[in-house]
Design a protein around this ligand. Structure first.
Ligand SMILES: *[C@@H]1O[C@H](CO)[C@@H](O)[C@H](O)[C@H]1NC(C)=O
Ligand SMILES: *[C@@H]1O[C@H](CO)[C@@H](O)[C@H](O)[C@H]1NC(C)=O
Ligand SMILES: *[C@@H]1O[C@H](CO)[C@@H](O)[C@H](O)[C@H]1NC(C)=O
Ligand SMILES: *[C@@H]1O[C@H](CO)[C@@H](O)[C@H](O)[C@H]1NC(C)=O
Length: 561
C-alpha cells in the first residue's frame, strides 16, 4: 500500500517536473503568423460585396487549383490508376466482416481485378452502353461493394447515383423517376424496401444485391415486375472471366449525380464531373502542410457514406498516395472496436461520431485522478500551441486511451460544427490533429478547411482551399452586410473548378443558384474574421430565392480571374 502511494507521488512529481520543462522549452507547432493569415483577400471590392478571398497559396493573378501536381491526373479513373501504380501489391482495401472485427485485405491488384470484373459483368448483364452518361443507382452505403461499383463506373464511364438514406422511400422513388435508373446496386438490408416499391420504379430492369442471399420469394417478386436480380459477387466473377478494356471518362464527363444534399429540397440532383471532384481532392491534399500530407503508409477509416461527396475526395486523396482504406460497418456501437481492429492513421467522420467517442472515453476514464492531471497538463500545452503524443503524460496514461482508437490515428477529418470540448479532448488527450471542413454538395463537398495547426476555440473554419474563391454579398433584408463591424458579413458565394455543373435536368433551379459569372449562391451566411478565416452564421431565410438578376449583374469585375 505504502509503496504504491509513494510510487504514485513520485511519478506525479517527476511528470509534473518534465511537463513543466516541456511547456517552457518548446515553441508552438507553427509560427503564430501562419494562423493570422489564413487566406489572401483582394484589395478592391465591389459595392455591396466583401473582397474576394482565396487560399493563401494561390495569388489573385494565378488560376485556381484544378489538378493535382501530377498533371496527367484528370479523372477519378486516373486517380485510381496512379495509386495502383505506386505498389500494386500494397494493401488497398480492408473490410471488417461485420460483428466479428475480422479483417480481410485486398491489394491494389486484387481490387483492380474486382473492379474490372464487376464492370465487365455489369455491362454484359445489363446491356447498358458505357460512355452514354447512363446513371446507375447505388443503394449500399458503407460497403466495399459500393466502392468497387463506383470505381467500375469510373472505369467504364457510367454515372454513379448514390442513394444513402435507405429509410427515405420517397427519395428513392423520386431519384429513380428523375434519372430513369435502369439498374440499382442494393445492400441486402435495403433490398426489401426496394422490392416493396418496385411497382413505382418502372425504369428499373436490373437489381444487383451486395450480399450473400436472395430468397426465392424476392426473386419471384422481381421477376413479376420483369426485373433481373442477381448477386454482386456473381457479376464480379462472371466479368473477371472476360474483362473488358476500360472505356475511360473525359474530365468533363459526369461522375455522379448526388441527391443527398440535406440543405436542399429533396428533388435536386447535384451533377458533379470528374474535374469537379478531382479539383476538390487536389485542393484538400495541397492544403495539408509538409509533414502532415497523406502517404502510402496511411490507412483511412471513413464513416462518411459513399453518397457523401466528402467520402469521394477523401478516398481519392488516399488512393493517390497509394495508401489504404478501411470499410467500417457504419454502426455507432462498433466504432471503437473497429478502429482497434483495423488501426487507422486517418479517421474521418461527422462531428456527432467524434462527440460520441469523446463521451464514451470520458465515461470510462474521466473520473481517474491520473487522467485528470494528465489532461490538465496536455490542455495547457494545447493552449500554448502544441499537440504531442510523446510527453510523459502520454506514457503514464494517455497512450492507453489513444489505444481505444487503435493507437495509430494521427489526424481526424470532420465537417462542422464540432463541440469545442470534443475538439480539445481529441487534440489534448488523444494527441490527434483535427481538420474541420466546410463544403456543399454543390462544391464537391469542399470549400474551406481549418488550418491543421489552428487549435483555438474561435468558431472559424479556415480559408478557402486552393480550388475556390469566396466572397460575401450583402443580405440587406437580414441585416448582414460587407461593411458590418467587426467583420464583413453576408451570403457566401463560391466559385471555382469544384463547383457543380448544375442540378440534374433542372435548368431553372440551376439558374437560381449559379450566376453568369460562375458564382454559386449558397443561401448560407458567413463572416470573414481578420485572419482570413470564415465563420458560418446559418442560413438565409427562404423568402425569395429567385431573381439573381437584381443582385448579380454587377458582380463580375475585380474578381482577378
Ligand atoms: C510538384 O511537382 C514538382 C515537379 O515534379 C516537384 O518538384 C514538386 O516538389 C511537387 N510539389 C508538390 C507539392 O508535391
Ligand atoms: C491487412 O493489412 C494490414 C495493414 O496493411 C495488416 O496489418 C494486416 O495484418 C492485414 N491483415 C490480413 C488478415 O492480412
Ligand atoms: C454468369 O455466366 C453464366 C454463364 O455464361 C450465366 O449463366 C449467368 O447468368 C451469368 N451470371 C451473371 C450474374 O451474369
Ligand atoms: C423556367 O423558366 C422559364 C423562363 O423563365 C419559364 O418559361 C419556365 O416555365 C420555367 N420552367 C419551370 C419548370 O419552372
Amino acid at each position: 500500500m505504502e509503496v504504491d502511494a509513494l510510487t504514485t507521488v513520485l511519478i506525479a512529481a517527476i511528470t509534473l517536473f518534465l511537463a513543466y520543462i516541456q511547456f517552457n522549452k518548446s515553441e508552438p507547432d507553427v509560427h503564430p503568423l501562419v494562423l493570422q493569415q489564413q487566406s489572401t483577400p483582394t484589395l478592391i471590392r465591389n459595392e455591396g460585396e466583401s473582397v474576394i478571398y482565396r487560399s493563401k497559396f494561390i495569388s489573385h493573378t494565378a488560376p485556381l487549383l484544378k489538378l493535382p501536381n501530377e498533371s496527367r491526373i484528370n479523372t477519378l479513373y486516373d486517380v485510381w490508376q496512379a495509386g495502383r501504380a505506386i505498389d500494386p501489391s500494397a494493401v488497398s482495401l480492408t473490410f471488417l466482416l461485420q460483428n466479428q472485427f475480422y479483417l480481410v485485405n485486398n491489394t491494389y491488384e486484387q481490387a483492380e481485378r474486382r473492379i474490372s470484373g464487376f464492370g465487365s459483368g455489369f455491362v454484359s448483364l445489363t446491356g447498358l452502353k458505357p460512355k452514354t452518361e447512363t446513371p446507375v443507382g447505388i443503394m449500399a452505403p458503407y460497403s466495399q461493394e459500393s466502392f468497387i461499383a463506383q470505381q467500375a463506373f469510373y472505369r467504364y464511364s457510367f454515372v454513379a447515383v448514390p442513394i444513402h438514406d435507405l429509410k427515405n422511400i420517397d427519395l428513392l422513388i423520386e431519384v429513380v423517376s428523375q434519372t430513369k435508373l435502369k439498374a440499382i446496386i442494393v445492400s441486402q438490408k435495403a433490398l426489401p424496401s426496394l422490392l416493396h416499391v418496385l411497382k413505382e420504379c418502372p425504369s428499373v430492369k436490373t437489381i444487383i444485391v451486395a450480399g450473400i442471399y436472395i430468397s426465392a420469394e424476392q426473386i419471384k417478386l422481381a421477376t413479376h415486375y420483369g426485373v433481373k436480380i442477381t448477386k454482386f459477387s456473381s457479376l464480379e466473377y462472371n466479368g473477371s472471366l472476360d474483362p473488358l478494356e476500360p472505356i475511360k471518362p473525359a474530365p468533363d464527363d459526369i461522375a455522379m449525380i448526388n441527391f443527398n444534399t440535406k440543405s436542399n429540397s429533396l428533388s435536386k440532383g447535384v451533377v458533379l464531373t470528374h474535374s469537379n471532384l478531382v479539383a476538390a481532392m487536389a485542393a484538400f491534399s495541397a492544403s495539408l502542410p509538409a509533414g502532415k500530407k497523406f502517404t502510402s503508409k496511411d490507412r483511412l477509416l471513413s464513416h462518411f457514406s459513399h453518397g457523401d461527396v466528402i467520402a469521394i475526395w477523401l478516398s481519392s486523396a488516399i488512393i493517390l498516395t497509394g495508401g489504404s482504406q478501411i470499410f467500417p460497418s457504419g454502426l455507432m456501437k462498433n466504432v471503437l472496436h473497429e478502429a482497434q481492429a483495423s488501426m487507422p492513421t486517418i479517421f474521418a467522420s461527422a462531428p456527432i461520431t467524434l462527440e460520441k467517442i469523446h463521451q464514451a472515453l470520458q465515461l470510462t476514464y474521466g473520473k481517474g485522478f491520473l487522467f485528470n492531471r494528465a489532461y490538465a497538463a496536455k490542455l495547457a500545452l494545447l493552449r500554448a500551441g502544441r499537440i504531442t503524443t510523446t510527453s510523459l503524460w502520454d506514457f503514464v496514461k494517455l497512450t492507453e486511451i489513444r489505444g481505444k482508437l487503435g493507437g495509430k490515428v494521427r489526424m481526424m477529418v470532420t465537417t462542422n460544427p464540432t463541440q469545442q470540448e470534443t475538439l480539445d479532448y481529441i487534440r489534448a488527450a488523444l494527441g490527434i490533429h483535427v481538420i474541420s471542413t466546410y463544403g456543399r454538395t454543390e462544391t464537391s463537398g469542399l470549400t474551406c478547411c481549418s488550418n491543421i495547426y489552428d487549435y483555438s476555440s474561435a468558431p472559424t473554419l479556415g480559408g478557402p482551399v486552393g480550388c475556390n474563391e469566396i466572397k460575401l454579398i450583402d443580405y440587406v433584408e437580414g441585416g448582414y452586410t460587407s461593411s458590418d463591424a467587426p467583420y464583413p458579413r453576408g451570403e457566401i458565394l463560391i466559385r471555382g473548378p469544384n463547383v457543380m455543373k448544375g442540378y440534374y435536368k433542372k435548368p431553372n433551379a440551376t439558374a437560381s443558384v449559379l450566376d453568369k459569372d460562375g458564382w454559386f449562391h449558397t443561401s448560407e451566411l458567413g463572416a470573414f474574421h481578420d485572419n482570413g478565416a470564415i465563420e458560418l452564421l446559418g442560413k438565409k431565410k427562404r423568402t425569395r430565392v429567385s431573381s439573381l438578376s437584381t443582385t448579380d449583374s454587377s458582380l463580375s469585375s475585380g474578381s482577378g480571374q
